[in-house]
Design a protein around this ligand. Structure first.
Ligand code: ARG
Length: 408
């Protein structure tokens, strides 16, 4: 994949020497090409190429609906669909060259389609704008990520459940204020995280239901005069309905915020568990040994085994929060409807989704592999009068003392 070059002095100078041809897609009323810098700041292809499968899926649904509604002919739709499927294969095989001047994934797909099927490709964008197109693509992408993360969290829950039943009768000291409080079963402790990851999953499922409406047909912002069928495209893309309002359809990015806040809360849970693993694996606690697979050595101190994966889960949490803050801030002052600022929605979400996914998988690996030192836990569970509350309760139950007196 081609990468955007850093803006050098040379390219800044080159930016002033404009070329003569305007943009082939939207440059109808432009007589000059954009400056190199404009091209650079405007282009999203170096990250939104990730949306290619969703973009092609959306275009196929749109083309088929256009034919169904007799806005284009069935033969034209067939050509488009075949061309789009070919493009999908080309991109998957790494054959597409990303070009800054083609701005984004939508224009790359359309211009390649024109190369393959000729001028009829120009009819694909009938009754559609890149605004409803990108909103649709991004919803499809985020919806997939919601499903993937739901499944990943379910796997982590299953691992925790297995370890919890293995250690249902093994005690560890329960802590409050990180002071030894009362002995609890290690299984019970792990099940607390099963609850947390369960709530994370329910947040995703809830957000998925809320976001699952199709923006297609909103066009640029005001809908379109063609006799389209929004229910047709909504259904073929797996949406429960079309969005109700076209201005909202193109400018709603709440679903990205729902995803990022679910990711942030879940990262907070992962980070708490990571923090416990870091404590438990020190010799001071000595409760667990993390496997070699998720730890690393020190380049200077040969005796060390560092809990790097756990530390990185804790460390990446801040980065995921950052994505949520970035997007909340980007969106907060945008008037209706679409604004180019919204192009900045993608990188934070892509990054957060990737980091969250790595962290859930790493946590799953650590939990599955770790050795639990039940003898040591049991020993520490007896330290520091950890059963004092139980003794007070015994005095209440057996000797009938008031609890305050028994406590004293
Ligand atoms: N690359 C754009 C984005 O991600 C696509 C939408 C562009 N729309 C427009 N009116 N320029 O937001």
């Amino acid at each position: 994949m081609a990468k955007a070059a850093p803006v050098s002095t040379k390219s800044r100078v080159a930016a002033q020497a404009k070329s003569k041809t305007s943009n082939a897609m939207w440059g109808g009323r432009f007589s000059e090409a954009p400056s190199a810098l404009m091209q650079r700041i405007n282009a999203s292809i170096f990250f939104d190429h990730k949306l290619y499968a969703q973009d092609i899926r959306g275009s196929i649904a749109h083309a088929q609906m256009l034919a169904e509604q007799k806005i284009i002919s069935a033969a034209e739709a067939k050509q488009m669909v075949a061309g789009l499927k070919q493009i999908e294969k080309e991109i998957a095989a790494g054959k597409m060259v990303w070009r800054e001047e083609l701005e984004d994934i939508h224009m790359h797909v359309e211009s390649r389609l024109k190369e393959i099927i000729g001028p009829v490709a120009g009819k694909l964008h009938t009754a559609r704008s890149r605004n409803d197109q990108v909103a649709t693509d991004f919803k499809l992408f985020v919806r997939d990520k919601m499903d993937e993360m739901d499944a990943a969290l379910q796997t982590l829950q299953a691992t925790l459940l297995a370890r919890a039943s293995q250690h249902a009768n093994d005690l560890l000291p329960g802590f409050t204020h990180l002071q030894i409080a009362q002995p609890v079963s290690f299984g019970h402790h792990l099940l607390a995280y099963v609850e947390m990851f369960g709530r994370d999953r329910s947040r995703l499922q809830d957000a998925r239901k809320r976001m699952n409406e199709s923006p297609l047909g909103s066009a640029a912002l005001a809908g379109t005069p063609y006799p389209i069928n929004r229910h047709h495209t909504a259904k073929s893309l797996g949406f429960s309905a079309p969005t109700a309002n076209s201005l909202d359809g193109v400018s709603d990015r709440d679903f990205t915020l729902d995803f990022l806040s679910a990711a942030s809360i879940s990262m907070m849970h992962l980070s708490r568990l990571a923090e416990e693993l870091i404590h438990w694996s020190t010799p001071f606690f000595g409760f667990v040994t993390l496997s070699d697979a998720f730890t690393s050595g020190s380049s200077i101190m040969p005796q060390k085994k560092n809990p790097d994966a756990a530390e990185l889960v804790r460390g990446k949490t801040g980065r995921v929060y950052g994505s949520l803050m970035a997007l909340l801030t980007t969106l907060k002052a945008l008037p209706l409807a679409y604004n180019k600022d919204m192009q900045e929605d993608k990188e934070p979400l892509f990054d957060a989704a990737e980091q969250w996914s790595i962290c859930v998988a790493a946590m799953n690996g650590m939990m599955a592999d770790m050795k639990v030192h039940t003898k040591r836990m049991d020993e520490v569970a007896g330290w520091g009068y950890a059963t004092a509350t139980d003794l007070a309760d015994w005095l209440v139950r057996e000797l009938g003392l008031p609890f305050r007196e028994a406590h004293h």
